[in-house]
Write a protein that binds this ligand. Structure first.
Ligand SMILES: *[C@@H]1O[C@H](CO)[C@@H](O)[C@H](O)[C@H]1NC(C)=O
Ligand SMILES: *[C@@H]1O[C@H](CO)[C@@H](O)[C@H](O)[C@H]1NC(C)=O
Ligand SMILES: *[C@@H]1O[C@H](CO)[C@@H](O)[C@H](O)[C@H]1NC(C)=O
Ligand SMILES: *[C@@H]1O[C@H](CO)[C@@H](O)[C@H](O)[C@H]1NC(C)=O
Ligand SMILES: *[C@@H]1O[C@H](CO)[C@@H](O)[C@H](O)[C@H]1NC(C)=O
Ligand SMILES: *[C@@H]1O[C@H](CO)[C@@H](O)[C@H](O)[C@H]1NC(C)=O
Ligand SMILES: *[C@@H]1O[C@H](CO)[C@@H](O)[C@H](O)[C@H]1NC(C)=O
Ligand SMILES: *[C@@H]1O[C@H](CO)[C@@H](O)[C@H](O)[C@H]1NC(C)=O
Ligand SMILES: *[C@@H]1O[C@H](CO)[C@@H](O)[C@H](O)[C@H]1NC(C)=O
Ligand SMILES: *[C@@H]1O[C@H](CO)[C@@H](O)[C@H](O)[C@H]1NC(C)=O
Ligand SMILES: *[C@@H]1O[C@H](CO)[C@@H](O)[C@H](O)[C@H]1NC(C)=O
Ligand SMILES: *[C@@H]1O[C@H](CO)[C@@H](O)[C@H](O)[C@H]1NC(C)=O
Length: 769
């Protein structure tokens, strides 16, 4: 191919350049590009490749005899043909927690690894080297990088390098960009950095610089430095300069995730700063007024600190500010109406503070605003009508405040809105019909307010909606299939605790596939909702107290998904249940289930079966599995369980609440039950007998202990006063206990309810009662 290309006429302008380059290159020159590859550099690159691990074969174009200037990631100088840039950053960034296995694998395979061969030194003209986001598996940064003297750009960000940063990097006097962020590096001093006299950009984030107390002096003497990123470096308050003499003007200063407890004073002599990030530190006291002097500021991030002042007025004069985050502090006072002066702001986060009073009307002037988050404060008054002017708004979150009044009709104007969260306030009135205009809306949460009126039909137009939560309000009326007709993307439908009624046609097939459905306290019955049959992704279902009076359908128990949470309580469901494929919480209480106790997922922590007619023995549930049980809470009270309590509790080490009251249990309390660390044991209203064993002393965390209405006998042991010192409720009522009431019982300092009536106990009731 290379020889064939030589027969094609070359462009006229090409000939003078050809004369400049070594003869060895002629055989491989590419006719239809002006790029040339120098053989020694090609060989150096092949040697470099040879020592790399490349699982996805990203460097497949790097082959013997090829034009290295055409290879993936290689850029040659357009006239000399020397390799100028090597850009081998991994193409994929780390997937989030929701990624599939295939996506994770593609990501891991996209990363280069292995050894970095010094053959790169052959690339004498290399000015730019980018190996970021690869996985060099904790090797040290090669020392020979310090000899790549033409480098102006070196990016090793998040490439799994480890160890001390080699000081020889200081010899790269032409270096303008040095990005070593996100590695596991360390440097005891930053003195070496002072050699990098051309440096404009320095990122050493995640390196351990806790001993490098010279970081301010050194970095601020760099004459050209524009950006300094030292996030998560273990930096403490700098003991030294209160002001710095810097000839240049730092533009970006990112120091998040360190241990600073006050805003360094020298920041305020850097008048050219455009971006300041001091989030995730331990800043305390007040927000310094001086930030208002940094008049070019566009980004100010003070999120996650311990600042406890009010918001200084001077901040509101920063009319170039685009990003302001003061969230997760302890800020007090009000949001001034001067906030309307922040005319460039796009993201405003004041969430999780103690701000009070009203949201000022002037927020309507923030015409570029995309994110407005004042959630988790103590704001009151109404949502200002002026929010309708914020036509760029994408996220509006005022949840967990004390806002009252109505949701303004003007929200219908917010055509870019994706997230609307006003949950946990005291809003009243109706859900405005105008929300139907919010065609981009993905999340609509108005839960835990006092909204009344109906479930508006216009909700049915929100084609982008994924999460709808209007639970815990006063909505009433009938919901129809039409309400949902266009909600094809819905994954969460939460609306429990309203007075709504939903009786779709039995042949209705929902247009959505929800993962979470909460319709507790709706009127859904009397038939079991057939439409759930089509919810193939369901993992959280609450249809408690929904007026369902039906036989439990077998298709429901055979749904292909594994539930995390299943609450069917307080209906009139009938029938037997053999197995429940639920991982976290099952509540079937107050129904009419019969037959043996269901089998459950082995590590299920919460099982509530109270108030049904389950019968048979406990044996299968308790004993028929040798695996470790995860159960923490087991309520089977008010059923028809009979027989002895089997002695199989050794595998139930996590159990803390056990209620087997009001069954038909008999026999003695099995010894293994006393090996658990129970907080509650309720066996009342059975026909059990025996004496209180001394092993009961092994349950020192008991808070509630109820054996009433059985046939237990013997005396009430004195050690109860010492050993069960956390008891709040002790009821031995209606048994055959005899003897005296031990005085030691007076030592139970938390005891609120002691009931020993209807026994054969004699003597005086201790004074304390
Ligand atoms: C070569 O690169 C320089 C600067 O990068 C550019 O100005 C010039 O136009 C390029 N020449 C050709 C022939 O592409
Ligand atoms: C280094 O590479 C990463 C990822 O490829 C990129 O996000 C970062 O901006 C680069 N650093 C510089 C200084 O260009
Ligand atoms: C680094 O630079 C210094 C001074 O410029 C020089 O003395 C030293 O030899 C250089 N180190 C290496 C390994 O080239
Ligand atoms: C800052 O510069 C001034 C004058 O240029 C000088 O007098 C002063 O000592 C310098 N301060 C520091 C901390 O270097
Ligand atoms: C703010 O925090 C500082 C330092 O933690 C404390 O001394 C001061 O009392 C706090 N002020 C208020 C109003 O809570
Ligand atoms: C901030 O600006 C005010 C008024 O412009 C000035 O009086 C004050 O000294 C400045 N503060 C700092 C720390 O520069
Ligand atoms: C806000 O702007 C108004 C009018 O431009 C001005 O009078 C006021 O001083 C400004 N407030 C602040 C805190 O900058
Ligand atoms: C809704 O509540 C408001 C006040 O909270 C009341 O005036 C109105 O009559 C109520 N509407 C309905 C339909 O109950
Ligand atoms: C669903 O979308 C169609 C087509 O856009 C529209 O005609 C219909 O009115 C919508 N349904 C509801 C309940 O808004
Ligand atoms: C239920 O839906 C079916 C099919 O769409 C229809 O034929 C029937 O009339 C509907 N029944 C009711 C009561 O709406
Ligand atoms: C005791 O249990 C029986 C069923 O075993 C039940 O009928 C009765 O109501 C229960 N008594 C009390 C006081 O809970
Ligand atoms: C309780 O158990 C006894 C014997 O175990 C049995 O005779 C009686 O019928 C049972 N009572 C109920 C209500 O199940």
């Amino acid at each position: 191919m290379a020889i064939a290309t030589m027969t094609t006429p070359l462009p006229i302008s090409f000939f003078p350049i050809l004369l400049l380059i070594p003869a060895v290159c002629f055989t491989i020159c590419h006719a239809n590009s002006n790029l040339l590859c120098i053989q020694s550099e090609r060989e150096a690159l092949l040697k470099f490749k040879h020592h790399l691990i490349d699982p996805s074969n990203r460097l497949s174009s790097w082959v013997e005899g090829g034009d290295c200037c055409e290879w993936t990631g290689v850029v040659c100088h357009n006239s000399t043909g020397h390799v100028n840039k090597l850009h081998l950053a991994a193409p994929l960034s780390e997937p989030d927690g929701f990624a599939t296995n295939a996506e994770m694998e593609a990501y891991y395979n996209s990363r280069l690894g292995g050894k970095i061969n010094p053959s790169l030194l052959e690339l004498k003209h290399l000015s730019s080297l980018d190996l970021s986001y690869n996985d060099f598996n904790s090797i040290h940064i090669p020392k020979f990088f310090g000899l790549l003297e033409s480098l102006t750009y070196l990016n090793l960000s998040r490439a799994q390098f480890q160890g001390a940063i080699p000081h020889i990097l200081a010899n790269l006097s032409k270096l303008q960009y040095l990005d070593l962020g996100g590695n596991d590096l360390k440097s005891k001093s930053l003195q070496w950095v002072s050699g990098l006299s051309s440096l404009q950009y320095l990122d050493l984030s995640s390196a351990d610089l806790s001993e490098a107390t010279d970081w301010v002096q050194v970095t601020f003497k760099l004459p050209s430095l524009l950006e300094l990123h030292l996030s998560g470096c273990g930096l403490n308050n700098d003991p030294s300069p209160t002001s710095v003499n810097s000839t240049k003007s730092l533009v970006v200063l990112h120091l998040s995730g360190n241990s600073l407890s006050s805003v360094p004073k020298w920041i305020f002599s850097l008048h050219g700063l455009v971006s300041i990030d001091l989030s995730y530190n331990f800043l305390e006291g007040s927000i310094p007024d001086y930030f208002g002097n940094i008049s070019f500021l566009e980004v100010l991030d003070l999120n996650w600190n311990h600042l406890n002042s009010s918001i200084p007025n001077s901040l509101y004069s920063l009319n170039r500010l685009q990003f302001l985050s003061l969230g997760n502090n302890q800020l007090q006072g009000t949001i001034s109406s001067a906030i309307g002066n922040l005319s460039s702001v796009t993201q405003l986060d004041l969430s999780v503070n103690q701000l009070n009073d009203q949201i000022p009307l002037s927020i309507g002037e923030l015409s570029s605003l995309k994110l407005f988050d004042v959630s988790k404060n103590q704001l009151n008054g109404q949502i200002p009508l002026s929010i309708g002017q914020l036509t760029s708004l994408e996220k509006f979150d005022v949840s967990e405040n004390q806002l009252n009044g109505q949701i303004p009709l003007s929200i219908g104007e917010l055509s870019s809105l994706k997230l609307f969260d006003v949950s946990k306030n005291q809003l009243n009135g109706q859900i405005p019909w105008s929300i139907g205009q919010l065609s981009s809306l993905k999340l609509f949460d108005v839960s835990e307010n006092q909204l009344n009126g109906t479930f508006p039909l216009s909700l049915g137009r929100l084609e982008s909606l994924e999460t709808l939560d209007c639970g815990y309000n006063l909505l009433e009326g009938v919901v129809s299939e039409t309400h949902f007709s266009n909600l094809t993307r819905l994954t969460t439908l939460a609306a429990s605790h309203n007075r709504l009624r939903f009786e779709p046609n039995s042949s209705w097939i929902p247009p959505f596939q929800c993962e979470r459905i909460e319709l507790g306290n709706w009127h859904l019955g009397p038939k079991f909702p057939q439409w759930l049959k089509f919810q193939k992704k369901l993992s959280y279902l609450d249809i408690s107290c929904a007026g369902i009076s039906d036989v439990m359908p077998t298709w429901f128990l055979n749904l292909p998904t594994q539930f995390k949470h299943l609450n069917l309580s307080s209906n009139q469901l009938r029938g037997e249940i053999s197995y429940l494929n639920v991982r976290n919480i099952v509540d079937l209480s107050s129904n009419r289930f019969i037959g043996p106790l269901p089998r459950v997922f082995p590590t299920l922590p919460f099982l509530i079966l109270s108030n049904n007619s389950f019968s048979g023995s406990l044996f299968e549930l308790l004993c028929n599995s040798s695996s470790e049980k995860g159960m923490e809470v087991l309520y089977i009270d008010k059923n028809l369980i009979s027989g002895d309590i089997p002695d199989c509790w050794n595998h139930w080490q996590r159990l803390i609440l056990l209620n087997l009251g009001s069954n038909n249990l008999t026999g003695k309390i099995p010894p293994s039950l006393w090996h658990l660390n129970l907080k509650m044991l309720n066996l009342r209203n059975n026909t059990m007998f025996g004496e209180l064993p001394s092993t009961l002393q092994n349950s020192p965390n008991l808070i509630m202990f109820d054996l009433s209405e059985n046939h237990f006998s013997g005396s009430v042991p004195a050690w109860i006063g010492d050993k069960l010192s956390k008891l709040v409720i002790l009821s031995l009522r209606s048994n055959n206990f005899d003897g005296h009431i031990p005085h030691k019982i007076c030592d139970l300092q938390f005891l609120q309810n002691l009931d020993l009536a209807h026994n054969n106990i004699s003597g005086v009731i201790p004074k304390m009662f």
